[in-house]
Write a protein that binds this ligand. Structure first.
Ligand code: SF4
Ligand code: SF4
Length: 274
């Protein structure tokens, strides 16, 4: 039943694991938050949704060009939750995408979805690392498919060498040095941060460790229309001119780059003289 439901929802792969197993990758605070959302959590389902839309020039990260993945993935997972809610009345099924206390990548790797990239990403051939992850948290002890943890990538090290922020090492990702985070930072940047961004081709996000990865040399296109159609590939100063926070949200509220409002985008554009 779940195989069919995940396929109908557009997931390229899915798995599930007991919450107690995933808890090994969570802080006590994250566990407490998950228990607030779902008292007696029993299982976590996790799924991958491809988003690659082909090569197109632009200054936004590829993940941010289509419709906001938080909204899209959550809505798609909700179709599965609806099926489960019918079967298990009065039980909890909570869909989420990148906005829950659950460590999605670890959940995916524990379920054997794709490979463990040294760039800290889930790599799912033939889609490469261009996949969004989403989870469903439940208090039902579901029957889960067999799972073998994901193997590592080939370990070529290209992502480590190419990372402009020096955020990648053998020990993993140092998020505070990641340029993707820097582009989303609020307020003023330090001189060093501004210089890093000036030399960077994107004003939102950083695709460098994905671009150089051999698994992303010829990724399969996403079958999901939300990530293939109506893309915003680039933003220039004129696109943001005169927009208030409200009108910015009216124009771009269905995009993942909109959550911080127009200020960081304007700052990042200004930093490169646009
Ligand atoms: S997104 Fe960019 S800065 Fe962040 S780890 Fe990858 S290459 Fe480094
Ligand atoms: S660039 Fe190489 S080391 Fe990095 S994630 Fe891809 S295959 Fe692994």
């Amino acid at each position: 039943m779940l195989n069919k439901a995940f396929a109908a929802a557009g997931a390229a792969a899915w798995g599930g694991l007991p919450f107690s197993e995933l808890a090994a990758d969570m802080t006590p605070e994250a566990i407490a938050k998950a228990e607030q959302l779902c008292p007696n959590p029993r299982a976590v389902l996790v799924a991958a949704f491809p988003y690659y839309a082909g090569e197109r020039p632009g200054n936004l990260s590829l993940y941010a060009r289509g419709r906001d993945y938080h909204q899209v993935v959550t809505a798609r997972l909700n179709t599965i939750c609806d099926i489960l809610r019918k079967k298990y009345e009065n039980e909890i099924f909570l869909p989420a995408a990148d906005n829950s206390p659950l460590p999605e990548r670890q959940a995916a790797w524990r379920c054997g979805i794709g490979l463990r990239g040294k760039n800290g990403l889930v790599i799912l051939p033939p889609y490469g690392s261009y996949v969004f992850l989403g989870t469903i948290l439940t208090d039902v002890e579901l029957e889960l498919p067999l799972r073998t943890p994901s193997p590592g990538c080939v370990g070529c090290g290209k992502c480590l060498t190419a990372c402009p922020g020096g955020a990648l090492g053998e020990a993993g990702v140092e998020v505070s040095r990641c340029l993707s985070d820097l582009t989303q930072k609020k307020g003023e940047l330090t001189e060093g941060e501004a210089a890093l961004l000036k030399a960077h081709p994107l004003i939102w996000g950083c695709d460098t460790c994905q671009r150089v990865c051999p698994y992303n040399a010829a990724p399969a296109l996403s079958p999901l229309p939300e990530f293939r159609e109506g893309l915003v590939d680039a933003l220039e100063g004129a696109d943001l001119e005169g927009l208030t926070n409200r009108t910015f949200r009216e124009k771009y509220g269905d995009r993942a780059f909109a959550w911080r409002g127009p200020a960081p985008l304007r700052r990042n554009l200004k930093g490169r003289g646009k």
